[in-house]
Design a protein around this ligand. Sequence first.
Ligand code: 4GT
Length: 258
Amino acid sequence: MRIGVVTLFPEMIEQSLEFGVVGRAKAAGQLVVELENPRNWAKDKHRTVDDRPFGGGPGMVMKPEPLRDAIVALKEKMGGSASVVYLSPQGQVFDQAMAREWQRQGSVILISGRYEGIDERVIQTAIDEEVSLGNFVLSGGEFAALAIIDAVTRLEPGVLGDPLSSEEDSFGDSGLLDCPHYTRPEDYQGLKAPQVLLSGDHKAIALWRRQRAIEKTWQCRPELLESAVLTDEDEIFLTSLKKLQARKDDATQPTKGI
Ligand code: 4GT
């Protein structure tokens, strides 16, 4: 996997990629990160990368020329086929499907903005897609780039020790949330780990995990069930969950006429 990042703070990216799963992927050459700093493309003696916004107002804007030159240079260096993604709150919301698609393509270029953002004409002329991590504001796109690098890299074959682990994640192949996890001690502050997980019965454990994943998804993110991949057996379980809940709801209704 090759990931390019255009940023005014390349050290922020570089130094953050030395740890854990991503650090190992990088050391093994399964992840190659190419950094480009627009400041190296500024032509004036102060190497200016920002300017005041037309129309006035607070803050600065990343000026177009050095940013565009940095993007073009990085795209060229990466072979010209990588799509260029601007990270901003105005973008399409990033999800596991996007992570899978960029992993499949093998390369992507992420643009991390600073200040109030980048000149709109760079978005019009040098950006393929605008992507957001969600409805919140950051002071720079670097942490968004780091999150995306992590999400994409761990999908690369061989990066996670067990090839099944990314399938069992939340939003893995099934589109469900992950099931709860337990480790020792068996009794923690009076809370016992579910007995089935200690039974050694692998079929029963798999069924319990599947049912807890469905239950968790229905309780916390019911809209995910609309696009989840469910077997007939899953559907029967979900129906029984809903019926059970309906009966509980019914039992807590105030009794009429009193
Ligand atoms: C939020 C997000 C993001 C920012 C997000 C341009 C200058 C954007 C600062 C940058 N804030 N980037 N990608 N929700 N801020 O993903």
